[in-house]
Structures are given as structure tokens and as C-alpha cells.
Write a protein that binds this ligand. Structure first.
Ligand SMILES: [Zn+2]
Length: 403
């Protein structure tokens, strides 16, 4: 496939960068062959990418050219020229990291940040965290090319705003991008207007896990069961968001129970099978628990009532996932979040295999997270890089750099 459908001979600098980054063409000769451009034109376009500091010559030395003749120097994406900041908000705690452009975490911090305190307070605090991460690694704020943020609610990816989030009071329609890039500039002394990308946490966890652990899986589903319940779907390497960013919001599917959900409706899946619901039932039985992370601690300690409720929650989620799996026929179903342990997975498997068509589950792998609590950060970092270095955006950015 030549450069994402560009007509042969029309490839731009961004298309060449994409071919190098994906590993599909990593020498001048291979780029000529993939794009149909002349050697001189390939040279001119690469020159701009070199001047921007985005490409470098590979350390591996020359390799044989596909066009014959002299061996060619391999080219690679220079992941040293910039860094990315990422943050992942849960309802009561958050994580932030500074990452390389290829997704390696350079510095990380976690702590209590309460989403209910509202976006102004929470995003302002993240600005301070970002400054600490940069100081820890001695990176200048101007080296940050973008910021990725994972939030526990549905996001309109056009505007980066959350839309009627059930567990994020005060955030509906708020200008997250503006506030977070402002907080970054204020706390780090960095430039104003750094691009901010916002997405749902389950989407970004799914994206991070699929890219790093299952790059060949063309239909990947991740279900996050923490205080709330959400799912992220990655199809052919891209997050599937639906037309309003609502895809995967399975926590508020009605399952026919009587329980009142935090969204205000009755009978949602999250009202009976989320970490919040399990915590509430434990609290009703006199066990101290208020959130998904409290339930996680009880599960880790083998608390018998918590184990029983987690398995029951797994069965309820498994019932809904039977439909999800039948609709999408994924290769991998990953269970992540505070409840993702053996009791919950056992419950999921029981109901899923009982209710789904055996054809849709024959080759299905049901797994737990590989990246753990870092999945959202890795996904948020990758989202920023894929956005900023996408062929259609590269031209504008190169022009802004004056190359
Ligand atoms: Zn609900």
C-alpha cells in the first residue's frame, strides 16, 4: 500500500515520514519504489524532514537497496526531537507521565485528584504535575509537542469536551483543551497553545494495549471495570468512537435490575456490576469500601464477600459482553481496571461462553491488561503522536518550523 492511498507520484513529506515510521519503507530506494517519486524529489522531501529534526540515519549501517546499486543508509524516525505529556484521570486519583515519541515512559507520577472538584481545579493541578515531570528529567518545556488526556467519560473528539458524563459533575461541555494547555504554559513557562487531545479512558487504554501488545489484532476490545464500566474498541489500528464518541459506553446498558445508577437511571449495568456498585453492596454489609480501588484492595486481600461479589459482577458484565462479542467478533477481549482479577474473569467467562455464539468465541482470547495502570498513559501519548505526525498534518507543521 503506497502512502495511504495518495496517487502514485504525489506523496508528500508526511507520506514519506509515515512510510518510515511504519517500517514499510526505510531507505531512499524503498521510498522511491513505494511512492513512484524520483530520487531527487524523495531527496528534497527527506531534506525537510531532516532539517526539522524528525528523521535520522539508522544506527544499523547501509542495507542493500531494492533498486540495486549502492547499499542505502536506513532512515528512522528521530524520537529524541520532542516529548509528549500524558495524564489519565480516574474518579479519585490520577496519573501523569512524560513519554518519548515512541511511547517509552521517561518519568511518571500518581496521586489523589478528585474529578468531582471540577475541571478548573483538576486541570490546574495537572499543570503543576507536568512541571515536576519536566524538572525531574531536565527536559525544557518547549520540547513538549503535545498533551494527551484520558478521562472517565464520553468525549466528543472534535472539540475535546466531555458530553453528559455520569461520573464527572461540572465537566459537561467544559473547554478542557484550553484550560490544560493554559495550565501547562502557566506552570512550566512553556509555549501557549500546545495541542491537547482528549479521549475516553477505556478508548485510550484499548489503543495503548492494542498497539504495544496486539499490533496484528484487527478487532480488539478492552473493558475497563473500575468505579465505572466502559469499553474501548480498536478496529484496524484505529479507535472506533462512533459518530458522537459514544461507542463502547456499555456501563449504562439496561440489564433489567432495580438498582439506581449514578447516571440517574435505574437498572444500568454499572449500577449492579461496577466497582462503585460492589463497594456499595460491601458497605451495606458493614465492610468499609467506597470506590473501585477500595474493592481492588479487598480482592487483593482475598476478602470472601468481595470475591463473591466480583464474580457475580463478572457474570453480569459477561452477559452484556456476549452481545458485544457477537457484534464485533474480536480476536482479543481484554478485561482491565480495579475489578480485573480471577473472580471477575471467571464470572465473565461463565456467562460469555454460555450466551455467545461459539463461532464468535472459538478464536477469542480473553486476557487481562499487560500495561496495567500505565495503559491509559501509553494510549494518550500514542494518540498525540499519531495526530501530530499524520501525513495530512505534517506539511503545516513543517511550514510552521520554517523548513
Ligand atoms: Zn447508568
Amino acid at each position: 500500500m503506497a502512502a495511504r492511498g495518495r496517487i502514485r507520484g504525489q506523496a508528500r513529506a508526511g507520506d514519506l515520514l509515515e512510510l518510515v515510521r511504519s517500517g514499510r519503507a526505510t531507505t531512499r530506494g524503498a521510498l522511491q519504489q513505494a511512492t513512484g517519486l524520483s530520487r531527487a524529489t524523495v531527496g528534497q522531501r527527506l531534506d525537510r524532514l531532516f532539517r526539522a529534526g524528525w528523521l535520522r540515519e539508522g544506527a544499523g549501517g547501509p542495507v542493500d537497496s531494492p533498486l540495486g546499486g549502492r547499499p542505502s543508509i536506513t532512515l528512522e524516525f528521530d524520537d529524541e526531537h520532542a516529548v509528549v505529556l500524558a495524564a489519565d484521570l480516574d474518579t479519585r486519583h490520577a496519573r501523569a507521565a512524560l513519554l518519548t515519541l515512541t511511547g517509552e515512559i521517561l518519568a511518571e507520577r500518581a496521586g489523589i485528584l478528585v474529578v468531582e472538584d471540577g475541571p478548573d481545579v483538576v486541570l490546574g493541578a495537572l499543570g503543576g504535575w507536568f512541571a515536576e515531570l519536566l524538572a525531574k528529567t531536565d527536559r525544557p518545556a518547549r520540547s513538549v509537542c503535545g498533551i494527551g488526556l484520558a478521562v472517565p467519560g464520553p468525549v466528543d473528539s472534535e472539540t475535546g469536551r466531555v458530553v453528559q458524563p455520569p461520573i464527572m459533575p461540572g465537566w459537561d461541555g467544559y473547554d478542557i483543551r484550553g484550560r490544560l494547555s493554559g495550565a501547562f504554559a502557566e506552570h512550566t513557562g512553556g509555549p501557549a497553545g500546545v495541542p491537547v487531545l482528549v479521549d475516553n479512558d477505556a478508548n485510550l487504554m484499548a489503543y495503548g494495549e492494542q498497539r504495544t501488545g496486539y499490533p496484528d489484532c484487527s478487532a480488539f476490545v478492552l473493558v475497563k471495570v473500575s468505579t465505572g464500566i466502559g469499553a474501548g474498541v480498536v478496529v484496524d489500528g484505529s479507535v472506533f468512537r462512533g459518530i458522537d464518541g459514544g461507542a463502547g459506553d456499555i456501563g449504562h446498558i439496561r440489564v433489567g435490575a432495580e438498582a439506581l445508577c449514578r447516571c440517574g437511571s435505574y437498572g444500568c449495568l454499572a449500577a449492579v456490576a461496577s466497582g462503585w456498585a460492589v463497594a456499595r453492596r460491601l458497605a451495606g454489609a458493614g465492610v468499609e469500601a467506597a470506590s473501585g480501588s477500595d474493592v481492588r484492595e479487598l480482592l487483593a486481600a482475598g476478602h470472601p464477600e468481595a470475591v463473591g461479589l466480583a464474580r457475580e459482577a463478572g457474570r453480569q458484565v459477561g452477559d452484556v459482553l456476549a452481545t458485544v462479542v457477537t457484534l464485533l467478533n474480536p480476536g482479543v477481549l481484554m478485561i482491565a481496571g480495579d475489578l480485573a482479577g480471577t473472580p471477575f474473569l471467571t464470572g465473565v467467562r461463565e456467562l460469555l461462553y454460555q450466551r455467545a455464539l461459539s463461532r464468535s468465541t472459538a478464536r477469542l482470547e480473553i486476557v487481562t491488561s499487560r500495561l496495567g495502570e500505565r495503559a491509559g498513559l501509553v494510549g494518550a501519548g500514542a494518540l498525540v503522536v499519531e495526530h501530530l505526525y499524520a501525513p495530512e498534518r505534517v506539511e503545516e507543521r513543517l511550514r510552521a518550523l520554517g523548513v
